[in-house]
Design a protein around this ligand. Structure first.
Ligand code: CA
Length: 263
């Protein structure tokens, strides 16, 4: 078989396989071992505490990403892929409350638990005013943390189910996986919709292929970088981007960026 024929066959096979997988799950989760798991971001600079909390959360079945610094945590949180964020208040590079304010300004609505060492009323008010959903004072018990995470993950799931994303004339209903441009409706597969959602949530930013792979396919070891390219190809084929006023730009050797087309 010629190599281009083989490539085409692989494309067709994975396309039909993908079309069979229609069960929807939000981008704040990853499907792993047949289970839908919530992604939690932990931003904590005390390494030992961070490691302990990571283990506790993982044991409960959460997918946990850890940042040990405010700026890194902020970048990760901005992707909008987390169901709950646990954010320490006192952090190097960017303070927890500043991270919080920045995220809310960017319309990242992920529920956030703020961790703090000090418990004063003014401290608490400042945190809640900045957009925290909950507050935990160090030291806290494992059960207390897990109960708060459970409560916020329910809120997070409710936030997700009614969401429609919009950039220029491109509308994505993330629950039905339908794209609407004017009156034209296009049905996407789950993976296509998740990829488009990720790009739309990170509008104007460059996402590397590795980041996309990590965030869409999670820990599925069988999936390769080539799949990212393939799904970008599907999206470009299915959606009339020009009409929507949006484009997915390729940054050669790096990744992709979704941008509004400037008239
Ligand atoms: Ca700290």
């Amino acid at each position: 078989m010629q190599s281009f024929e083989l490539a085409l066959k692989i494309k067709q096979d994975s396309f039909s396989k993908e079309n069979q997988r229609e069960q929807w799950y939000p981008i704040i989760t990853i499907k792993m071992d047949g289970e839908i798991r919530l992604r939690v971001l932990l931003v904590e600079d005390e390494i030992r505490l961070a490691e302990a909390l990571e283990q506790i959360l993982k044991k409960q079945g959460y997918i946990v990403d850890v940042a040990n610094d405010g700026a890194v945590g902020q970048d990760m949180a901005e992707t909008g892929i987390y169901g709950v964020i646990i954010l320490d208040r006192n952090l190097p590079s960017v303070e927890g409350v500043e991270v919080l304010k920045h995220l809310r300004k960017k319309h990242i609505s992920t529920p956030i638990i703020l961790l703090t060492a000090k418990d004063t009323v003014s401290n608490r008010i400042e945190g809640l005013d900045a957009g925290a959903d909950d507050y935990l004072i160090k030291p806290f018990s494992k059960d207390e943390l897990l109960a708060r995470v459970r409560a916020l993950s329910r809120r997070s799931e409710n936030l997700q189910t009614s969401d429609t994303l919009c950039v220029a004339s491109l509308n994505l209903d993330i629950r039905s996986q339908e794209v609407l441009i004017g009156r034209e409706k296009t049905k996407l597969t789950v993976t296509e919709a998740q990829l488009l959602e990720l790009l739309m949530r990170n509008q104007g930013q460059v996402l590397t292929k590795e980041q996309i792979l990590d965030r869409i396919w999670g820990f599925d070891k069988e999936v390769e970088i080539k799949n990212v390219e393939l799904y970008i190809f599907y999206l470009r084929k299915k959606i009339d981007f020009e009409k929507s006023g949006v484009s997915i730009n390729t940054i050669r050797g790096v990744g992709y960026s979704l941008k509004e087309i400037q008239p």
